[in-house]
Write a protein that binds this ligand. Sequence first.
Ligand code: F6P
Length: 360
Amino acid sequence: MSAIKRLGVLTGGGDAPGLNAVIRAVVKAAAGHGVECLGVEDSFDGLLEADRCRVLTPRHVTGILRLGGTILGTLNHGNPYDSLVNTSDGPRPYGERVVEMFHRMKLDALVTIGGDGTLAIAHQFCQAGIPVVGVPKTIDNDIVGTTNCFGFDTAVAFATDAIDRLHTTAEAHHRIMIVEVMGRYAGWIALYAGVAGGADAILIPELPFDLAIVAERLRERDRLGAKFSIVVVAEGAYPQGGKISLIEDASDARVERLGGIGALVCAALGRLAGKEARSVVLGHLQRGGAPTSFDRLLATRFGGRAVELVMEGAFGTMVAFAPPDIVARRLDEVVGKTKTVPLDFDLMRTARALGITFGD
Ligand code: F6P
């Protein structure tokens, strides 16, 4: 008989399409083993008080496979582990309180679905005695050890559709359209959506850019008779010798917020290329809506495998996609790192071969 009777599940960090698909898979697979699931609200905050957790049966997760967002709520704050928090038992250190409540609620394990920040906190809790299995999620696709995170494919599909729509107006007005996409310090969304959408220039954080090079490429298109251009800019891209554009600096409560590079590129590129330019920021639209079938499948496989790892007692691990398999990685081998686009990636080489410039 397994020692696992009660399993907690939570979602942390920015939402990503497919979170509900993981929750559904975890709840249904756990029920198949006779394990009760407790949904923890708003990331680890839900473990501060007993009334912020609720039992989830297969009936509660029926119909959520195709829903974006997360039925459990989430938080995208910094790491609260060492902070002091007000509880019904008075002020307590956050980390200690969560561990105490985890045991008071008679939980045997915790499936933590989150990005790099959430998985790093999960790793801390694992060291403090909470048996954790992690599930990697992020539209940024920047988690080490897994070729894909769910959410990424949906974000790329949305950004590609947006680029398609911008093509028609760019062509009609003979303009340069600049599209700023998310991705934090990695250029995965920009690269994939840029190539899929037929962009002429793609600017990514991995390669600081020179706009004079981009402008020359766009002028060349003009000379060849293509009087419009599409430039995809990752929010973390920055000019050679320059720095990342921020909307908000980091504080104790949260990490820095990236954004604004699209407008800067638009103004400079319009001037350099001698053409009208307009910029669009896709922002949180990339995180919304229903997950693609790829993300639903990946999320479902992650959820099913996470429950297998819980039942095997393989804690301190994270499920990961190593095509064609879903495997386990040790959390201490993946947290605190960022998976960026390798410069020798075949898609980078192919993009260049097709005439796409990275501005380098
Ligand atoms: O990590 C996902 C992500 O959407 C990033 O691409 C983006 O920089 C960030 O989250 C935005 O965070 P917030 O929703 O807190 O503004």
